[in-house]
Ligand binder design. Structure first.
Ligand code: SAM
Length: 274
């Protein structure tokens, strides 16, 4: 089935604001789908169905695919493209406005995986939404622009390491899987991409108080160029310094040099007495 032809027949107009660059390379599509051990017990939530190149491949492996597509103009071509794919439902709406629990309650499945190829500005809100709504997702596979992928998987001490990295790495083991050239998309975007895999952490770090931890981390990164001493003025700096000393560090360091485990230790100690 020629996707370009179907889009043309339906006079589909690509919208830049929705990041509509469709992936057509069969090898890369296969590689993405093979990253998730999708089985006939898996419900796959796909965000941004586009012309369904990925959706069709996922459908062959999964029990059920629930896709979201913001652009209602894709409904007509998608009805045709997905005619034979009985285990695929598409909801035409902005995924960020949905109640995921409500949407998935009619399905039977053993595990949930999420697959998405999206514009960069929506990727973090999407991942955060799954966390906030407490959806038990085993794996999230996202394709994002290369620079965003670097931020997700950044190591302490590098310029891309920030509070988002810590937030995401608290819930997931984050791994960059492979690089994808801009040349395999239609139409061709201005940036290269990379595929990132988020695997749910089997054992989460032991936190006394999640809210305290995330506030501490956010505050520590308020002004990236400043030291902890300057960013954490509302915290017991003596205590913070003493804890950091056990890691051969101190409050004159910047947050970008503090590991997630060290932040956990600081937060646990500070929230103990409250
Ligand atoms: N999955 C297809 C592929 O790999 O070829 C399409 C990927 S394309 C980069 C992103 C798709 O996400 C577009 O079809 C766009 O309309 C859709 N999209 C963008 N923002 C969305 C949102 N908030 N909710 C649902 N779909 C969205």
């Amino acid at each position: 089935m020629d996707i370009k032809k179907i889009l043309k027949e339906n006079e589909f107009v690509f919208k830049k604001k929705y990041g509509q660059n469709f992936l057509l390379d069969q090898n890369i599509l296969n590689n993405i789908v093979n990253l998730g051990n999708i089985t006939k017990d898996t419900l796959v939530i796909e965000i941004g169905v586009g012309a369904a190149a990925l959706t069709k491949k996922i459908s062959e492996k999964a029990k059920q695919v629930l896709g979201y597509e913001i652009d209602l103009n894709l409904k007509k071509p998608l009805d045709k493209i997905l005619e034979e794919y009985k285990n695929v439902d598409v909801i035409y709406d902005d995924f960020l406005n949905r109640n995921i629990k409500e949407d998935i309650k009619k399905y039977q499945y053993k595990n949930i995986m999420v697959v998405a190829n999206l514009p960069y500005y929506i990727t973090t809100p999407i991942i955060t939404k799954f966390i906030d709504e407490k959806i038990n997702v085993e794996k999230i596979i996202v394709m994002v622009q290369k620079e965003v992928a670097d931020r997700f998987s950044a190591m302490p001490g590098t310029k891309n390491y920030n509070s988002l990295t810590i937030f995401l790495n608290y819930y997931f083991d984050v791994k960059k899987a492979f690089f994808v050239s801009r040349n395999v998309f239609y139409p061709k975007p201005n940036v290269d991409s990379a595929v990132v895999v988020f695997n749910k952490k089997q054992e989460k770090l032991k936190l006394n108080n999640e809210t305290h931890f995330f506030k501490l981390v956010k505050t520590a990164f308020t002004q990236k160029r400043k030291t902890l001493k300057n960013n954490l003025i509302d915290y017991d700096l003596n205590k913070v310094n003493n804890i950091l000393k056990t890691f051969n560090k101190d409050i004159n360091q910047r947050a970008e040099n503090i590991t997630i485990e060290e932040f956990v230790k600081i937060s646990n100690e500070l929230s103990k007495e409250k």
